[in-house]
Design a protein around this ligand. Structure first.
Ligand SMILES: Cc1cc2nc3c(=O)[nH]c(=O)nc-3n(C[C@H](O)[C@H](O)[C@H](O)COP(=O)(O)O)c2cc1C
Length: 396
């Protein structure tokens, strides 16, 4: 079944046994100081045992400054304690013959305000403020499960200030330092998170990048920061480790977001990334076949891949074998990246390969996670006010 999906592929320096990749999925089950746990090692090893060709870790903060940390109980790769603890995960996954890379991210203007240090302001490409969003979920089932009455609490983000050019270099160095630590922790490479509403996306998306210097105003300028990060990461970890750069047009505070210019902008972004130091680009969406462009039916990942000449990892709405195979039949990418189905079904690759009937569990109900930590800390279920005030007592 699904011959291309289950054929090997080389991406940069890595040889994958098949073309299925586990998407980065934030779970917020690290210690409060960002230290990865044994439970995380078990979770990743379980997905490795399920037959996936490559794992991309959940978004991980690389430094403890400039509002990099984005979520409570998010894992970090910001210090030696984090490095040592990630070893549990990388060793467990490698023992099952599966490579794993670390997704490095910076939240920018959508970092949870409770993760800011006292007096620290949120940062972004420009002086802007996110309109906020309802974290975690949107279903009545989950409200019921978490005991939430009425509206979900909505995060209110503080106004963000534009990073100076000197600070851009500092943030890029932070990615490079985090990447070096990730390699020390046993990862086979890193993914630079340029998608989903976070800092690097805030530069790439014209909606949030209002700069008039070399880092804004055109597709070429909008991706300059992402390229600078990838280059410094490459300098830090050398040619033998995988670097991917994740891109999207929607974000956590704008799920219906679309790039103005649609496929045409995607081509410009791709062309500007042709000489990027990343080995491959990764298109993130909830449905890769929907380009949200009324004037073209070319998938965004295909447009970016053709313009950049880079191999594409393709994510969004791939739920079964034919769905994975369609990525290759349409020549859109070299690998299919799967998120929510793997939350729910660690053996998803084995199951689709067997072709046998399987009683699929719904995967949209909490993504079948059982967080083992205090839900009152990780999730705002006991909050009485609908807004999280960034100025009050919640800061670390
Ligand atoms: C609970 C949850 C957590 C996520 N965490 C991350 C993350 O840490 N980094 C990231 O780039 N994307 C993250 N995503 C987006 C997924 O990687 C993926 O793009 C999305 O789930 C769509 O793919 P799917 O249809 O295969 O699930 C997350 C998605 C969900 C549902």
């Amino acid at each position: 079944m699904f011959p291309t999906t289950f054929s090997p592929v080389r991406i940069g320096p890595l040889e994958l046994k098949n073309r299925l990749v586990m998407a980065p999925l934030t779970r917020q089950v690290a210690e409060l100081d960002g230290t990865p746990t044994a439970e995380m090692a078990a979770y990743y090893a379980r997905r490795a045992r399920g037959g996936i060709g490559l794992i991309i870790s959940e978004g991980t903060y690389e430094v403890d400054e400039l509002s990099c940390k984005t979520y409570l109980s998010q894992p970090g790769i910001a210090n030696q304690k984090h490095v040592d603890a990630w070893r549990m995960t990388t060793d467990a996954v490698h023992a099952l013959g599966t490579p794993i890379i670390c997704q490095l991210m910076h939240g920018g203007r959508v970092s949870d305000p409770r993760c800011l240090f006292q007096g620290e302001s949120a940062v972004s490409a420009s002086d802007t403020q996110s309109e906020g969003w309802v974290l975690y979920t949107d279903t009545d089932d989950e409200k019921h499960d978490r005991g939430v009455q009425g509206d979900w609490p909505k995060v209110t983000f503080p106004p963000a200030r534009a990073l100076t050019e000197a600070e851009l270099g500092k943030v890029a160095d932070g990615f490079a330092e985090g990447a070096a630590r990730a390699i020390e922790a046993g990862f086979d490479g890193v993914e630079v998170h340029g998608a989903n509403g976070y800092l690097v996306y805030q530069f790439i998306h014209p909606k949030t990048n209002l700069r008039t210097d070399d880092y804004g105003g055109s597709a070429e300028n909008n991706v300059r920061f992402a390229k600078m990060i990838c280059q410094r990461v490459r300098d830090a970890i050398g040619p033998d480790k995988l670097i991917t750069l994740r891109l999207s047009q929607d974000g956590v505070d704008d799920f219906m977001g679309a790039w103005p210019g649609g496929v045409e902008y995607a081509r410009e972004v791709g062309a500007a990334l042709a000489d990027c130091a990343a080995d491959a680009l990764h298109w993130s969406s909830f449905d890769w076949t929907d380009n949200r462009d009324p004037n073209s039916d070319v998938p965004m990942a295909k447009a970016i891949g053709e313009a950049s000449g880079k191999p594409m990892l393709v994510n969004g709405g791939i739920a079964d074998g034919p769905g994975a195979e369609a990525v290759f039949e349409s020549s859109t990418g070299v690998a299919a990246v799967v998120g929510r189905p793997l939350f729910a079904h660690p053996d998803w690759p084995h199951i689709i390969r067997s072709g046998m009937d399987y009683p699929w569990a719904e995967f949209d109900r909490k993504y079948v996670i059982q967080p083992p930590v205090d839900l009152g800390v990780t999730y705002p279920m006991d909050r009485r006010v609908p807004d999280w005030d960034p100025d009050l007592s919640k800061r670390r």
